[in-house]
Design a protein around this ligand. Structure first.
Ligand code: F6R
Ligand code: MG
Ligand code: MG
Length: 492
């Protein structure tokens, strides 16, 4: 696109590194005020014949219109794509034209994108095994219609891990964006309706409030988000785990700081400085209670905290040298949100890979351990984490706990198809070992380490009540005789 582009952007718009929110919208006011001229220019730029569609896009681009979220030029231009009534794939070339022009005019930061991975269990078939195809399809269609065709999203991908549905979205609205979160929430509501109609089990299970006020964090769904300026080539992995909690990702993330697993710490100069971990104390309700620890220097303190996988959980990891975030984990505890136990908080995790970050294979390496995690049947047991293929299901003893890994590349916010990182013969051998390990711990049934402590048991109210009843039947004895003449509970 040349400077003589039909779309002329006022020269005074120069803050190329600024974030584009309301301020920029206001500064482009003059340029947008002549709607007819704008429609004409845009239609020519995009080679769109349907002027009416462009006109509509210009209308919805106004902040006071029904789609109030379109309050910045980036969103505005995404709406233009929608005006062409094109679908994701066809939109790519038109998208490139508009972004190139905007970047050239310094109206837009090139390639600043947000990846949002939002998941919920909204019902499953045959027990807590997997969501129905009809439900996944309802969610996917809703996101396509309301997200892509409206121009809100760059692209998206819907998948499942056990009974959880993940909506992975790319956009330019930043983290914790209300509109993006509401889009996911509404998609889950639509899916829940289908699940209810077809009698799926636990329909709407993770939608814990009637309608979340803003973003959905704390309302039931798990959220992992990363915002970054895209590199020339941008690989990342979207992980999901079922029948376990966010602490399941702590061991693999800790091992990023161990050269026994992460060879880049020895071999790649740009990886030597180490990482900063943000750890949340999940026992604290309300605000985030966070601590930042650096490796290698704080490694032992990190170990001390992470030993407790239920309460201290890695939520983000940053490069210490640059502060760039490359890991995001959904770290929440549903039973603190719902006020009662509603199942384990099956987590999501996003990890940017390669270059200055660990290689994809280094990130995957620890998952071959099949480490023991909390969850499994009734969220109340320890079991080894099994890496499975995308859309994998659970089975034996409602488990074992599983993890999926969809590796993507993304360019200008457009996702490639996923590479299923655990769909490779090596992982068959791992799965075999994990299955054996799972049977090994299951052989001791409810005893000791096979089951979780009291406060982590699912439906703990029942067992607590029964324990109280049993407590009242205990008597104190000395030398086989009741103390103080109290009558014993023995039935003889
Ligand atoms: C664990 C899980 C399942 C259920 C179990 C009983 O998080 O979802 O193991 O706890 O299948 O389910 P309900 O109580 O729904 O019959
Ligand atoms: Mg579930
Ligand atoms: Mg689940």
């Amino acid at each position: 696109m040349t400077a003589q582009s039909p779309l002329t952007i006022p020269m005074e718009i120069r803050p190329a590194r600024m974030r584009f929110r309301k301020e920029i919208w206001e500064r482009t006011q003059g340029w947008r005020s002549d709607v007819d001229a704008t429609v004409e220019q845009i239609a020519r730029l995009l080679e769109v014949k349907d002027r009416e569609g462009v006109g509509k896009a210009v209308e919805v681009g106004k902040p006071d219109k029904i789609y109030g979220y379109l309050n910045d030029p980036r969103a505005f231009f995404q709406a233009l794509l929608a005006a062409q009534a094109v679908r994701q794939q066809d939109a790519v070339s038109a998208y490139h034209k508009t972004t190139a022009t905007l970047v050239q005019g310094e109206v837009m930061i090139a390639n600043q994108i947000t990846v949002s991975d939002i998941k919920a269990d909204i019902g499953s078939i045959g027990g807590h095994i997997k969501p129905g195809i009809s439900v996944v399809e309802a969610v996917r269609k809703y996101v396509e219609q309301e997200g892509v065709n409206s121009g809100l999203l760059r692209s998206f991908f819907v998948s499942s891990t056990g009974d959880d549905i993940s909506i992975l979205m790319t956009h330019q609205r930043g983290k914790l964006d209300e509109t993006i979160h509401q889009l996911a929430w509404n998609a889950f509501l639509v899916g829940t309706e289908v699940a209810r109609l077809e009698g799926h089990y636990g329909a709407g299970q993770d939608l814990l409030v009637d309608a979340p006020a803003g973003n959905v964090k704390g309302a039931g769904p798990a959220v992992a988000e990363l915002e970054f300026v895209e590199r020339g080539a941008e690989p990342f992995v979207s992980f999901g785990a079922d029948k376990t909690n966010p602490g399941a990702f702590s061991l693999p993330l800790y091992l990023l700081s161990d050269p026994m697993y992460n060879s880049g710490l020895i071999l790649a100069d740009n990886m030597r400085p180490g990482y900063t971990y943000r750890i949340l104390d999940l026992t604290h309700k309300g605000e985030d209670k966070a601590i930042y620890l650096n490796t290698p220097e704080d490694l032992y303190d990190l170990a001390l905290l992470l030993r407790d996988t239920d309460n201290f959980v890695i939520e983000s990891v940053f490069l210490k040298a640059t502060g760039e975030q490359f890991v995001a984990v959904s770290a929440t505890r549903l039973h603190d949100i719902a006020g009662k136990y509603t199942g384990k908080d099956d987590p999501r995790m996003l990890v940017r890979c390669q270059g200055q970050f660990p290689a994809t294979g280094e990130v995957l390496h620890p998952f071959a351990l099949g480490h023991l995690v909390a969850g499994f049947m009734r969220g109340s047991h320890n079991g080894p984490l099994m890496p499975v293929k995308l859309n994998g299901t659970i089975s034996w003893f409602d488990g074992p706990p599983i993890v999926t890994a969809a590796a993507f590349s993304v360019k200008n916010g457009i996702l490639t198809e996923p590479a299923d990182a655990f769909d490779q013969p090596f992982w068959d051998a791992v799965r075999h070992e994990v299955a054996q390990k799972a049977q090994w711990i299951r052989r001791q049934g409810f005893f000791g380490a096979a089951m979780l402590p009291w406060n982590e048991l699912e439906y703990s109210a029942g067992p607590v009540r029964k324990m109280k009843a049993l407590q009242s039947r205990f008597t104190l004895e000395r030398d086989g005789e009741p103390v103080g003449g109290a009558s014993g509970s023995r039935k003889d």
